[in-house]
Design a protein around this ligand. Structure first.
Ligand SMILES: [Zn+2]
Length: 120
């Protein structure tokens, strides 16, 4: 992670992704969807620019997008699948908020939820 102090650019809006809790890549990393190697290989995006993913984040601090009648809207999903996905992505988002505060003390290998200490 040689470039870790410089944010990556969002491939949708072109702006820098400045915070961990705005990062689609880091969200996918902390929930185990991508490996640490893929963090530097896949396109970055703001969570706010990727509503099909962000719609599953249900948190006070997050403006959850509503996809309305779009085919990708979560209302069209099987309720159990939808709930499981909301639980996972919301937990991932809370993890990112925690990491945003504590990133300097934590190695990147400790970022994923699966590496989280039970006391947290
Ligand atoms: Zn963006």
């Amino acid at each position: 992670m040689a470039r870790c102090d410089q944010g990556y650019l969002c491939h949708i809006c072109g702006e820098e992704v400045k915070r961990l809790d705005q990062s689609l890549l880091y969200l996918r990393y902390v929930i185990g969807w991508i490996t640490v190697e893929q963090l530097t290989q896949q396109p970055e995006a703001h969570l706010g620019c990727t509503p099909s993913v962000a719609q599953f984040i249900v948190a006070e601090e997050f403006a959850t997008p509503d996809l309305g009648e779009e085919p990708a809207a979560k209302r069209f999903l099987d309720p159990e699948f939808r709930q499981a996905r909301e639980a996972l992505l919301t937990a991932g988002y809370q993890r990112l908020r925690y990491l945003q505060k504590h990133r300097r003390q934590m190695p990147i290998a400790q970022y994923p939820l699966s590496a989280a200490t039970p006391s947290e």
